[in-house]
Write a protein that binds this ligand. Structure first.
Ligand SMILES: O=C1O[C@H](COP(=O)(O)O)[C@@H](O)[C@H](O)[C@H]1O
Length: 233
């Protein structure tokens, strides 16, 4: 595992880490957009609570956001105005200021269940400009990342499928989900793991102890390739 560990030393380490990561992502997007005047750049973000200060730090970076596509690593199969919708979170915290010019691609459809809507979403997301400039992953206390849950009903499918998206249900979470597959999450120029807290540091240490046992701690699927780790206590 090649880890680029960026850790804050200021009084507000989470904010400082978010700002460092925003600088890194803005430079990555700018570099990928410079490839040609027609180039588009794709940014894959995670939901949850961790990215909020990152989104605030990133959204006013001076780059051509009109050529940036943004999608999610995973989503709850809920309406976009639900409190726990990742799409709502992205619209409220990232697609503001300069970044309002970006194009957001949600992971839901009009179907009632993710099993019915997944094909449509997969086709839509697969049509974006892969490889992504960056995939920003989070991690839960159970070692899940995106919606690759240890107790997910389709975890093995999501780890092996060539499909872009996979529906997911897990006893440990209340809502049905949809997640990008492992193969799709790996189609990126840069992978970032953004974590906060000593509890998650402990889970990551455990995961690094045996990176082969992916089903136990699915974050392990990303620990054998280059990864930029942004962590703050
Ligand atoms: O369920 C989820 O949790 C993880 C981590 O969330 P956080 O609140 O601890 O930041 C997140 O990365 C994932 O996208 C989300 O669906």
């Amino acid at each position: 595992m090649a880890v680029d560990m960026t850790q804050s030393t200021t009084q507000d380490p989470r904010q400082q880490t978010a700002e460092s990561l925003a600088e890194y992502l803005a430079a990555a997007l700018t570099a990928d957009l410079a490839a040609s005047p027609e180039a588009r750049a794709l940014l894959v973000v995670s939901g949850g609570s961790t990215p909020k200060p990152l989104f605030a730090a990133l959204r006013d970076k001076p780059l051509d956001w009109s050529r940036v596509d943004i999608t999610l690593a995973d989503e709850r199969w809920v309406s976009e105005d639900a409190d726990d919708s990742n799409a709502r979170f992205v619209r409220e915290h990232l697609l503001k200021g300069a970044a309002a010019a970006a194009t957001f691609h949600p992971l839901t459809s009009a179907e009632a269940e993710p099993e019915a809507g997944c094909g449509e979403v997969s086709a839509r997301i697969a049509a974006l400009s892969w490889p992504a400039s960056a995939v920003i992953l989070g991690m839960g206390g159970d070692g899940h990342t995106a919606s690759l849950f240890p107790d997910g009903d389709r975890l093995q499918e999501a780890l092996t499928s060539r499909d872009c998206c996979v529906p997911m249900r897990a006893p440990s979470v209340p809502q049905a989900r949809i997640t990008l597959s492992l193969e799709r999450l790996r189609q990126t120029r840069r992978t970032v793991l953004h974590l906060t807290g000593t509890d998650k540091q402990a889970v990551l240490s455990r995961a690094l102890g045996d990176i082969e046992a992916v089903s136990e701690l699915p974050i392990r699927a990303f620990l054998s390739a280059p990864l930029a780790l942004y962590w703050a206590p």
